[in-house]
Design a protein around this ligand. Structure first.
Ligand code: DGL
Length: 282
C-alpha cells in the first residue's frame, strides 16, 4: 500500500503548483493527478456543484488505487473538504488549513491578506482558520478572479496587463499595512513576482502548497502510508528516469493544452515519461 500513488486533484492545471511541491519534498512518492479541465473554473460555481465534482474525482482516483487524496484546489478545499472526509475513508488533506497555519506563523503584526477565487473568499474559511489559530489577527480577503485566466493565457510575470490587473485588485491592501499575503488559489504562485512587486518587499507571500506538503508527509507517516524508499529522493533524481516513481495525469478535456502548461511547471523528465489520459464523468 505504501507504494500506491497519492491522488491529487484540482479544477484544472493550477494544481500542478502543488504537484511540483510534492515532487520536491516527497520525491519517491508516485502521483496520480486529475485536472478537471472541462469544468474549470470552480471558483465561480456553487458549493453543491463543487462538492459533486470533488466526489466524482475522488472516486476516480480511488479506482486507480490512490492511497490518500490531496485536494490541491483552494476552492474545493474551502467548500468540499469536510464533506469528502465524511464520504470517504482514505486520508484526505486540503490546502486551506495548512496555508492558514503557515500565514499565522509568518505574520508579525497580525494583519494578513488573503487572495483567492470568489468561492474561497466568500466561504470565509481562511479567516475562520486564522482566527482560530490566533484570535488577535485581522484578515483582509480579496477575490481576484481574473488572475486565473491570465495565468492560463501564459501572461505571467513581465506582462503589463497582468501588472495592471494586480495593481487594481491589490490596491486595497496598501492602506491595511498587512505584512503577510496568502496566495489562496493554485494559480497565484505563478504570479508570485508580479504580486510581490505590487505589494512591496515587506509583505511575505505564503504559498499554501509548501505547508500542505509538509502536513501530507505527517499524514502519510501517521497512517503508515509513507513510501519508505521515498527518503532517497536525491538518488532517485541522480539515477535517472528508470527509477523515478511513476506518475499518471488525467484531465477531463484538452490533454495537449494541459501537457504544454505542465511543461512550464514540472521537471521535463517527468513529462517525457508520462502519458496524459482523458476521463469524462458526465
Ligand atoms: N484551482 C482553483 C483554486 O485554487 C482556481 C481555478 C478555479 O476557479 O477553478 O481555487
Amino acid at each position: 500500500m505504501d507504494n500506491a500513488p497519492i491522488g491529487v486533484f484540482d479544477s484544472g492545471v493550477g494544481g500542478l503548483t502543488v504537484v511540483r511541491e510534492i515532487m520536491e519534498q516527497l520525491p519517491g512518492e508516485a502521483l496520480i493527478y486529475f485536472g478537471d479541465t472541462a469544468r474549470v473554473p470552480y471558483g465561480n460555481k456553487s458549493e453543491e456543484t463543487v462538492v459533486r465534482y470533488s466526489a466524482q474525482i475522488i472516486k476516480f482516483l480511488l479506482s486507480k488505487g490512490a492511497k490518500t487524496i490531496v485536494i490541491a484546489c483552494n476552492t474545493a478545499s474551502a467548500v468540499a473538504l469536510e464533506k469528502m472526509k465524511e464520504m470517504f475513508e482514505v486520508p484526505i488533506i486540503g490546502v486551506v488549513k495548512p496555508g492558514a497555519k503557515a500565514a499565522a506563523e509568518v505574520t508579525k503584526n497580525g494583519k494578513i491578506g488573503v487572495i483567492g477565487t470568489e468561492a474561497t473568499i466568500r466561504s470565509g474559511i481562511y479567516n475562520d482558520f486564522l482566527r482560530k489559530t490566533d484570535p488577535h489577527v485581522t484578515v483582509y480577503g480579496k477575490a481576484c478572479p481574473l488572475f486565473v485566466p491570465l495565468v492560463e493565457e501564459g501572461w505571467l510575470e513581465e506582462d503589463t496587463i497582468t501588472e495592471q490587473v494586480a495593481r487594481r485588485y491589490l490596491a486595497g491592501f496598501c492602506g491595511q499595512e498587512i505584512d503577510t499575503l496568502v496566495l489562496g488559489c493554485t494559480h497565484y504562485p505563478l504570479l508570485r513576482s508580479v504580486i510581490q512587486k505590487v505589494v512591496g518587499d515587506k509583505v511575505r507571500l505564503v504559498n499554501p502548497a509548501v505547508e500542505t506538503t509538509r502536513e501530507l508527509k505527517y499524514l502519510l507517516e501517521e497512517n503508515h502510508l509513507l513510501n519508505e524508499s521515498a527518503g532517497a529522493g536525491e538518488s532517485y533524481a541522480a539515477a535517472g528516469k528508470e527509477v523515478l516513481p511513476r506518475h499518471e495525469f488525467f484531465v477531463s478535456d484538452r490533454a495537449e493544452k494541459f501537457k504544454q502548461f505542465a511543461a512550464g511547471i514540472l521537471p521535463s523528465v517527468v513529462l517525457r515519461q508520462e502519458n496524459i489520459g482523458v476521463e469524462i464523468f458526465e
